[in-house]
Design a protein around this ligand. Structure first.
Ligand SMILES: [Zn+2]
Ligand SMILES: [Zn+2]
Length: 373
């Protein structure tokens, strides 16, 4: 992408010489995630260098390995899934909590090599540097010099598996990790999920695998709610239809839970009004998790006395709080057992049909578009 507001376009690039801690990946597939559009709409411009290559849900084949790559198990020809990267030096990183890395935005967002800010690629046309390590990987590229920490070996080498598992490294682990690593609902507990895009669906499917008493999905698109019902939601709410009847989402959640509210609620939208609903619909002692990033500079109003008296918790969970080298294989195993059917929400598009893929996602026709190189 040339600059803020420009289209995604296919442009020849030249990959710089591989550094000792990088691997060259031939991308086969990449999921499309909302964060990619933050590059386009300028929300990341304070720390992102343009031109830059987006994409951070890559799946491909290792074609070369840097001279000092620590992961001795990596070989040329290995099928790999790509996730985010981290600094390894801060306390959370040392405690194997890289999703809480204190340098997370500065390493993953600028699309440059950490820590010197150089570029891993340049434009073939004029030699200008192009940001080629968005989330350490820039997977909207046929080839990418990827930081080794992004790389998770895929236990299944076939094309179909790579296409299904490409989004594990961001969207799927974000939703599933919040549920499986943090919230962990028990069979007698209840949960509401606000927004069933790919992150919300991953949360929903992960929650369904634990068989809680109730999972309530909230979304504005009827088609998504119908799919949510088929994938484990016990109840669905469409706020746009309920408001016509004078019923608001929080009241509806309370009605569906016998007046109690839910034990857990998740917001994937990042919209302050929805975040407020996520907190208001909690039962006594309930826990809410924000897992979709809100834009900075927005407020919500909280009744702090009520918040205190109802001992609610509000967490922010980034990337599902996951350690990708361990969590992604767990999610793949869950998929193979039929308990995390992510293939039901994705569709593969040739890279030339990128715009169609985005339009279908925005129209709610597909939950997780995946481009194929
Ligand atoms: Zn993402
Ligand atoms: Zn760190």
């Amino acid at each position: 992408m040339e600059d803020v507001g420009c289209d995604f376009e296919l442009t020849p690039i030249i990959i710089e010489e591989l550094r000792p801690d990088e691997v060259l990946v031939e991308m086969k597939y990449s999921g499309i995630c909302h964060t990619d559009f933050l590059m386009q709409n300028g929300h990341l411009k304070s720390i992102l260098q343009y031109p830059a290559i987006a994409g951070h849900e890559g799946a491909g084949i290792i074609r070369a390995i840097g001279s000092h790559v620590q992961n001795q198990s990596l070989r040329e020809g290995d099928p790999v899934l790509l996730s985010f990267t981290w600094c390894s030096n801060c306390n959370p990183c040392k405690e194997q909590n890289p999703a809480r890395c204190e340098a997370f935005p500065l390493i993953n967002i600028p699309a440059t090599r950490w820590p010197d800010g150089s570029s891993s690629a340049k434009l073939a046309a004029d030699g200008r540097p192009v940001g080629g390590q968005f989330f350490g990987q820039s997977s909207f590229s046929r080839f990418s010099a990827v930081h080794e920490k992004c790389v998770v070996k895929c236990p299944y080498p076939d094309e179909l598996s790579l296409s299904i598992y490409a989004p594990m490294g961001c969207g799927y682990q974000t939703g599933a990790g919040a549920v499986l690593n943090i919230l962990k609902p028990k069979p007698w507990q209840t949960m509401a999920i606000f927004g069933v895009g790919s992150v919300g669906f991953a949360a929903l499917m992960a929650a369904a695998s634990l068989k809680p008493k109730q999972i309530i999905a909230v979304d504005l698109v009827e088609g998504k709610l119908a799919l949510a019902k088929s994938l484990g939601a016990t109840d669905v709410i469409n706020p746009s239809s309920s408001s016509e009847q004078g019923v608001d989402t929080v009241e509806e959640i309370k009605r569906l839970t016998g007046g109690r509210g839910v034990d857990f609620s998740i917001d994937t939208t990042g919209v302050p009004r929805v975040i407020k609903q996520m907190l208001d619909c909690l039962a006594l002692g309930g826990t809410a998790a924000s897992i979709g990033a809100p834009q900075p500079g927005q407020d919500i109003t909280l009744d702090v006395g009520m918040y205190f008296a109802t001992f609610k918790n509000w967490l922010s969970v980034v990337e599902g709080d996951s350690y990708p080298p361990e969590f992604i294989p767990e999610l793949i195993k869950l998929h193979r057992e039929g308990k995390f059917p992510v293939d039901k929400i994705s569709k593969v598009y040739p890279v030339a049909e990128f715009k169609t893929a985005v339009a279908d996602m925005e129209a709610g026709k597909v939950i997780k578009p995946i481009i194929q190189f």
